[in-house]
Design a binder for this molecule. Structure first.
Ligand SMILES: Nc1ncnc2c1ncn2[C@@H]1O[C@H](COP(=O)(O)OP(=O)(O)OP(=O)(O)O)[C@@H](O)[C@H]1O
Length: 251
């Protein structure tokens, strides 16, 4: 039996007459990066919102770690281990790297009535935060302000914040966006190792990143998955090339 941490079954979402998700069934398996690609407006964000809990499907269900989570809130899904990253605005830019992670860990405890100064003396919280920073390779930057980090390092910091929730899987929405060539290469290397900590469902337009990272790729076109397979399967699939990749994927 295939060991899937996340599974969608027949997810369908309509906006008036537009069917943004058409009976989408996909899964995320332990240890893998499963990339979701498709042209603008194909329905990638709509799908990830339904998985994360921000949008209710009209039909279908979402299963996570063996449970039907379809009716749970975003916060409840996060507590079960669904780690969503790269909402960059969630970082407090004027705070240090360490403070950002402590705030994330505090959210995990569900206690929002702490005074910040006290929090920064809490040994258990600091230990959790330091462990997360070490895992993402930012331990030497703990006293830097978030605003002083490069774009790529901010993404690593987002992952560190997510790690304080002990995620069993990551949902990532365009992590490469806005990174230069060097930043992209660094983040590719980072995600490559992160998959062993928790598998990643990756929405990404950067085909170099997708083709170098993904164990499997699903292609979404007009709300429908037209193919799922390995990078080689997808590159050579004539339907995919006609609908999306064109000559770009043939390189
Ligand atoms: N709240 C909404 N109300 C009405 N239509 C919507 C809503 N959200 C998305 N859509 C429509 O659903 C379709 C899918 O949009 P979605 O943002 O999921 O695509 P996407 O693949 O993420 O696109 P992009 O790559 O540009 O981010 C689009 O036609 C979009 O206009």
């Amino acid at each position: 039996m295939i060991d899937s941490i996340l599974e969608t079954r027949g997810l369908t979402k309509r906006f008036g007459g537009l069917v943004a998700s058409k009976a989408i069934s996909l899964d995320l398996r332990q240890g893998e990066i499963h990339a979701l690609i498709g042209p603008n407006g194909a329905g990638k964000s709509t799908l990830i919102k339904q998985i994360a809990g921000g949008l209710q499907p009209d039909e279908g269900s979402v299963h996570f770690d063996g449970k039907d989570v379809s009716k749970l809130s975003t916060a409840a899904r996060a507590r079960l281990g669904m780690g969503r990253t790269f909402q960059i605005s969630s970082l407090a830019m004027e705070y240090t790297v360490l403070q950002n992670v402590v705030l994330g860990a505090l959210g995990h405890r569900g206690n929002v009535f702490w005074f910040f100064n006290n929090v920064m003396k809490d040994a258990e919280l600091l230990e959790t935060a330091d462990a997360a920073l070490t895992k993402v390779g930012l331990e030497d930057f703990r006293n830097f302000r978030a605003s002083d980090l490069s774009h790529g390092q901010r993404r690593q910091l987002e992952v560190a914040v997510a790690l304080t929730l002990d995620p069993k899987a990551f949902l990532m929405d365009e992590p490469m966006a806005g990174l230069g060539a060097e930043g992209s290469q660094q983040l590719i290397g980072f995600l490559d190792t992160l998959r062993h900590q928790a598998p990643i469902l990756l929405i990404e337009h950067d085909m170099d990143a997708v083709f170098s990272l993904a164990d499997r790729v699903s292609v979404l076109v007009y709300g429908e998955i037209i193919a799922t397979g390995t990078v080689d399967d997808i590159r050579t699939n004539s339907d995919v090339r006609n609908a999306y990749l064109g000559e770009e994927g043939a390189a």
